[in-house]
Every structure is written in structure tokens, then in C-alpha cells.
Design a protein around this ligand. Structure first.
Ligand SMILES: [Zn+2]
Length: 280
């Protein structure tokens, strides 16, 4: 049985960091945001190992697939085209979508076998992608859902730093929808799942990580590695090495975020506190 840990949450919530941390466990391989693989292939982008994706030792087997599967690396299957249509139709089980899901699972299977790891982490964070996977999950796979939540004011501050034109309200609604969608997902599925908070992940990395492993029936780890970019072949990862001994929870949003952003965050902050204590 291959276990797929699927991370959901907003962008700027620390999912790459979490993906890397999970990869500390010798049973696990971090893949990053596999949803961007076809974009990487079409535009010949670099894997985190530094090689162009088509010659990276891990992804090359996947990209050099059978002729019938080559179509999955064209523009129709770029996530912002493909999953947008899927969201409109909610047609996760049509023959076409089933075939695509089979292709995705055969890729996971290849990676699991060639790396001799029984647990994979995908931090794509796309609910339609996750729905497609859950709806078509083969018997030899078990999907576990990991929901990562960040403080709403810290999240909009981070989004503003990356995209100065971003609207606070748009981002706050996105933040809220992420939690609402996660709860809706759980109502209809029996997958193992857990919500964790970015703050706990920084302040108490080892225990938070081992809590995830316990819920997902994975062996715990005794310690974090000292310095690492463990997910060597992760997609859409920041190639900076993470020093696991120097992780700290930053509250720089308190200084940086404009007053209007702070005021707009207040109702969401109340919700956040509620989510936080409900999940404790
Ligand atoms: Zn690589």
C-alpha cells in the first residue's frame, strides 16, 4: 500500500516547509507541487536539484512515458486550464478524467518504486486535483489529507510582500474558503485527515510532525536533521536550505501590515482562534 499525503491550505502558508519537514522521515519522499509538472515540462523549468526537469534523474522516467500518455504534457492539462473546467463540471469520474487520474497514480507508483519509499507527499494544495485523486483512488493507494492553516494577518502580509497589488479582502476570503472547503471535503470522504497550524510547526516542529505521523499511522522520528534541502527533486520549492535548528515563528506582520489590513483581519482572527482551539 502506498500512502499519499496531500497538503491543502492557502499559498504562503508554509506548505513547502512542511513538505520538507515530512521528508525527514526515512519512509517518506517529498514531491512538492506535482500539479505544476506539465508547466515545468512545457517551459523546460528547473527542478530543485538544479537540472532542467526533462533531464532530472527523478522526473525523467515520468516525462519519457508511453506515447499514449504524452498528451498529458500539453497545454490542455496545465492546472489552470484543466482543473478550472473540472471545477465547473464536477465531472471527476468521466472516462477522460479517470484516465488522467490513472496516469497521475501511475506516476506516483513509479516514484515510490524507484525511490523505495512507501509514502509520498504532494503539496499541490488544489482541491479539484485532490477530488480527482480521491474519486479515482486505486486499491493500492491510501490518501491522507493534511490541512495547514496560517494566521490570517500573517498570511495577507506575506501575500502583499509577494504581490504588492493584492487585495486584502480577496486574500482573507481565500483564507476563509480554504477552511470551509476542507470541512466540506471531510463531510463526503472518510480519508484520514488532520489540521495543523503554521505556528505550531515553527515553535514545536518535532512534536507537530510526530502528531501528523501518529494520525496517519507512520513511524515517528526522534529528531530533525540539522540542515537540509531534503526534497531534492521537489517542484515549485524554494531551493534555499532550511536550517531545522533555527526555525522560529515570525510575527513581522505586526510591524509590516498596514492598519487597514489589521482591521480587516479582526473577524478572521476570531475565526482563527476558534479553529485553533477547536483543533487542540
Ligand atoms: Zn531533480
Amino acid at each position: 500500500m502506498t500512502k499519499l499525503i496531500y497538503i491543502i491550505g492557502t499559498s504562503f502558508s508554509g506548505s513547502t516547509f512542511l513538505d520538507n519537514l515530512l521528508g525527514c522521515n526515512s519512509e517518506i519522499i517529498s514531491l512538492g507541487e506535482t500539479i505544476n509538472l506539465n508547466d515545468y515540462v512545457i517551459n523546460s523549468k528547473k527542478c530543485m536539484c538544479g537540472e532542467k526537469i526533462e533531464i532530472c534523474q527523478m522526473w525523467t522516467d515520468i516525462i519519457n512515458c508511453d506515447k499514449k500518455d504524452k498528451k498529458y504534457f500539453n497545454e490542455d492539462y496545465l492546472h489552470y486550464n484543466y482543473y478550472k473546467d473540472l471545477a465547473k463540471n464536477k465531472d471527476y469520474l468521466s472516462e477522460k478524467n479517470k484516465n488522467y487520474a490513472n496516469f497521475l497514480f501511475s506516476n506516483y507508483r513509479k516514484i515510490s518504486e524507484s525511490n523505495k519509499k512507501s509514502i509520498l507527499v504532494d503539496s499541490s494544495k488544489n482541491l479539484n486535483h485532490l477530488h480527482l485523486l480521491i474519486s479515482n483512488c486505486p486499491d493500492d493507494f491510501n490518501i491522507c489529507i493534511l490541512h495547514l492553516v496560517r494566521h490570517p494577518a500573517a498570511y495577507i502580509n506575506s501575500a502583499k510582500n509577494h504581490y504588492p497589488d493584492t487585495s486584502f479582502l480577496y486574500r482573507l476570503i481565500e483564507w476563509y474558503n480554504s477552511y470551509k472547503n476542507f470541512n466540506n471535503l471531510l463531510k463526503n470522504n472518510k480519508n484520514l485527515s488532520i489540521t495543523i497550524f503554521y505556528k505550531d510547526l515553527c515553535n514545536d516542529s518535532l512534536n507537530t510532525l510526530n502528531l501528523v505521523f501518529k494520525i496517519f499511522n507512520i513511524n515517528k522520528v526522534e529528531e530533525l536533521p540539522k540542515l537540509s534541502n531534503l526534497g531534492k527533486h521537489i517542484i515549485e520549492g524554494n531551493p534555499t536550505k532550511i536550517n531545522f535548528n533555527k526555525i522560529y515563528y515570525s510575527e513581522k506582520w505586526k510591524k509590516e501590515l498596514a492598519l487597514i489590513g489589521k482591521l480587516m483581519s479582526i473577524p478572521f482572527l476570531v475565526l482563527f482562534k476558534y479553529f485553533y482551539y477547536k483543533n487542540k
